[in-house]
Design a protein around this ligand. Structure first.
Ligand SMILES: [Zn+2]
Length: 270
């Protein structure tokens, strides 16, 4: 599942290539991804892309009159095709939609999941997308503050790992970065948010900003086809069950709770 650092890099990659170009076609190949069926994809044809922004885990391609909003869900992503470069189709990953540009370039939206979770909206205002309307604090935002962490965690009887991934509480964090943040903060993924004291909440805030902003800086400029591998390589505990903790040398534990998996170091994250 792409999280904010990868979506930010995707956004910048597409922005550098698409802004200023006119959309020549928007094609929907799987109508399950089309969340605004009342709006014909034709409405964006001949419109120029003016900017591309990340909003949480969403990508917002603004045109002169509309917004094309993309969400990748669990297994969605994109493939960029440069103009006049023959592409070898990867039949293993279904293309669910594509946006063609006037210079001959193309963005394919893919979804490798059995259940379609990639989604596309065509809206007049990004806030017309339900997940964007309820915008919440984003640790990448310079205004993100300790108070944003405190207001979500104090008195919450919910496990920390789950709280971090709530898109209604914090924007952009998923399974991987929640593991990394909790390892940096030396907090157990299964501990309840309500049990954190002030010093622990301060560590959580510091870890959230450091991990997310650090990952955004590290992923910047990486081609979108290489982002997933770059993310996997950068993980210290996520996906590294039974390996050594890079901090203490102990063994990273792979655990499952509440239907989700987490990797953590029991020695560092007591
Ligand atoms: Zn450790």
């Amino acid at each position: 599942m792409p999280e904010s650092p990868e979506v930010q890099a995707f956004t910048e990659f597409i922005g550098e290539r698409a802004v200023g170009h006119t959309i020549s076609a928007l094609k929907i190949f799987d109508h399950r991804v089309d969340k605004t069926r009342e709006t014909s994809p034709e409405v964006v044809v001949a419109e120029a892309v003016t900017r591309v922004d990340r909003r949480g885990k969403y990508v917002d391609l603004a045109t002169s009159g509309r917004h094309i909003v993309l969400s990748f869900g669990r297994h969605g992503w994109g493939v960029w095709h440069e103009p006049n470069v023959p592409s070898s189709p990867d039949h293993a990953v279904p293309v669910v939609a594509s946006i063609e540009f006037s210079d001959g370039s193309r963005l394919d939206v893919t979804d490798a999941g059995d259940f379609r979770s990639a989604a596309l909206w065509i809206v007049a205002d990004p806030a017309d997308v339900p997940g964007i309307a309820k915008l919440v604090p984003d640790p990448a935002d310079p205004d993100f503050a300790q108070a944003d962490v405190d207001s979500v965690t104090v008195r919450r009887r919910k496990q920390l790992k789950a709280v971090l991934q709530e898109q209604e509480s914090f924007a952009g964090i998923g399974n991987a970065y929640s593991d990394e943040i909790l390892h940096t903060a030396r907090l157990s993924p299964t501990g309840h948010a309500a049990t954190l004291d002030e010093a622990q909440r301060a560590r959580l805030f510091a870890a959230m900003t450091a991990e997310i902003r650090g990952a955004i800086a590290a992923r910047r400029g990486i081609p979108i086809a290489e982002l997933k591998a770059a993310k996997v390589a950068a993980m210290h505990v996520h996906g590294r069950g039974d390996q050594r903790c890079p901090v203490c040398g102990g063994t990273i534990v792979d655990t499952t709770f509440a239907g989700a998996s987490a990797q953590y170091c029991p020695r560092c994250q007591a």
